[in-house]
Design a protein around this ligand. Structure first.
Ligand SMILES: [Zn+2]
Length: 208
């Protein structure tokens, strides 16, 4: 077949399905790396000066025990950590919505409620989403988020942490799929959240 048939060149390459779905292996979590790099690019392009130091890190070994995040949080000693990862589109076959909750691609970034998530930071992210008309979904985790958030939150005596996830279909297969709008909205949400954080901002539950 003529044209730009990806399958003839490399069945393993990135491709775009129906104009708005990105399909590839290991989108979990190369897309995370892309999204945080885009946040950095936007800050630079729009000449934003943040009133605090910002580290953007793409951690290794998340899949085998959050090891990269454990190392980098000790090195950086952050005051706040905004983490992104992918989460399941639970409308995918073989995932039980009754136990996993309902999150789907195309409906926006997924904001987590979990022990590792600091409530005031999460509420600030929700405010930012609402003010900027960024659609979002919610997810609840009981013990672990299963993401680098857990490594940051419990390090250095406690770090205010939050998790903004990108919904993804067919996780850990060669045909992982995300939606373009969700990717753009995760970037927008992290970017606008950063612009909203003040220097030495306290997220404490006790001195509001
Ligand atoms: Zn994974």
């Amino acid at each position: 077949m003529a044209g730009n048939s990806y399958s003839q060149r490399d069945p393993d390459s990135f491709h775009i399905l129906n104009k708005d779905k990105f399909v590839c292996r290991a989108i979990d979590n190369r897309m995370g790396g892309f999204m945080i790099a885009e946040v950095a690019r936007l800050l630079k392009k729009n000449k934003k000066k943040l009133p605090f130091g910002l580290y953007i890190t793409n951690s290794v070994q998340e899949e085998v025990g959050l090891r990269g995040a454990e190392m980098i949080t000790k090195t950086i000693r952050p005051n706040v950590a905004i983490v992104t990862d992918v989460c399941h589109d639970t409308t995918t076959p073989m995932i039980n919505k009754k136990t996993q909750g309902e999150t789907a691609i195309g409906k926006g970034p997924v904001i987590s409620y979990a022990p590792a998530v600091q409530n005031n930071l999460r509420e600030m992210i929700i405010d930012v989403a609402e003010k900027n008309k960024i659609p979002f979904q919610r997810m609840a985790s009981s013990r672990f988020t299963g993401t680098d958030t857990d490594a940051f939150a419990y390090s250095n005596g406690g770090v205010a942490s939050a998790l903004i996830s990108l919904p993804l279909r067919y996780m850990h297969t060669t045909v992982e799929m995300v939606e373009r709008n969700d990717v753009e909205n995760v970037i927008k949400l992290i970017y606008n959240t950063l612009l909203n954080i003040k220097n030495k901002q306290s997220f404490s539950y006790f001195n509001k």
